[in-house]
Design a protein around this ligand. Structure first.
Ligand code: SF4
Length: 327
């Protein structure tokens, strides 16, 4: 796989952001039938910004290529991954153990893209067969479920869901936030580093979850008093859960109004009126998010506001990803 770099928009120097991925999505011929599930969007649109680190749990536990296919079945003691032809071939424990092993190796990974519908890699709505052989789309792949349990803050997404512009943007935003968090921890956690991290992500959180925004603010206010590492643990737990909540047009409009507030003494009446009209069009779904953001950036270039300039909300990921053009 080509080594790729992404530009951290606010730091303006290149970094590599690693994303774990189900190997078959990269076109690797690792499926039970020797085929692959190459994902064009991932390869064409994302590989420029991320380095993908592939994992195929079924191959890793020695099932071979080709191999007898497995499926999820519900038994009295829970859901198992067993052979379709040979239900005595139970791979549940091996897949789980492999997920535990991988979870210990993902400290350099900032997100994970999973193959949908797989009894190993599927994130949600995977078919689970009951005692009468009737399927219900209620399961998660054994490997994926264990990994998500071990790493609740790591952003996970399924390839199919990445086709939805809102879910896609949400995943990429979370990857960049999590990556910056990992960098901060690597550089050394200090009270001032945490305060700075929080200060720069305030508007991101506000666009997702206002109560979490307030809770995080209270936590950070104790950064010099409480045990820093446990406080940081609570902080990232709350932050990553908050960012999963969809940032609606209403919430974005609220943040944009906040940003506009910083310009109130600089803009003349016409500019204010134009901005308000654009914000209203965005709120009503008549223009995408990129439109009010672009207009605000235009005014911020003329009338710089240091507090707003350092907000990752204004530049959460490389502009070239064009994620805000469809929101
Ligand atoms: S879905 Fe997962 S287990 Fe199946 S081939 Fe792809 S990577 Fe391997």
């Amino acid at each position: 796989m080509t080594v790729t770099t992404a530009m951290d928009p606010a730091e303006s120097h290149p970094h590599t952001i690693n994303i774990g991925i189900s190997s078959c999505l990269l076109g690797q011929e690792v499926r039970y039938d020797g085929g692959h599930k190459r994902n064009v969007f991932v390869l064409n649109n994302l590989s420029e910004y991320f380095e993908f680190v592939p994992y195929c749990p079924e191959v890793a536990i020695g099932m071979g290529i080709p191999r007898p296919p497995i499926r999820l079945v519900r038994r009295d003691d829970g859901v198992h991954a067993v052979g379709i032809q040979d239900p005595d071939m139970d791979k549940t424990d091996e897949l789980r153990d492999y997920a535990f092993e991988v979870s210990g190796q993902l400290s350099e990974i900032s997100g994970y893209i999973l193959k949908k519908d797989s009894p190993s890699c599927g994130m949600e709505r995977v078919r689970v067969f009951d005692h009468n052989n009737v399927p219900a789309k209620t399961g998660s792949g054994i490997y994926a479920a264990t990994l998500m349990e071990c790493l609740p803050n790591l952003p996970f997404e399924e390839e199919g869901r990445l086709m939805d512009p809102v879910l896609r943007e949400n995943f990429i935003e979370r990857v960049f936030v999590y990556y910056r968090w990992q960098q901060m921890i690597k550089d050394g956690l200090t009270p001032s580093a945490l305060v700075d991290f929080h200060s720069r992500h305030k508007f991101n959180v506000l666009a997702h979850d206002e109560p979490a925004y307030r809770r995080l603010g209270r936590l950070v206010a104790d950064a010099g008093k409480e045990h820093l590492h446990s406080l940081a643990g609570s902080y990232i737990d709350i932050l990553m859960q908050a960012l999963k909540i969809p940032a609606t047009r209403k919430r974005h409009t609220n943040v944009l109004m906040h940003v506009m507030g910083y310009l109130k003494n600089s803009l003349d009446g016409d500019d204010k009126q134009e901005l308000l009209e654009v914000l209203d069009k965005y709120r009503l779904g008549q223009v995408p998010l990129i439109v009010p953001i672009t207009l605000l950036k235009h005014h911020l270039r003329k009338y710089p506001q240091p507090y707003i300039d350092q907000q990752y909300y204004m530049n959460p990921y490389p502009e070239e990803l064009m994620l805000r053009n469809s929101l």
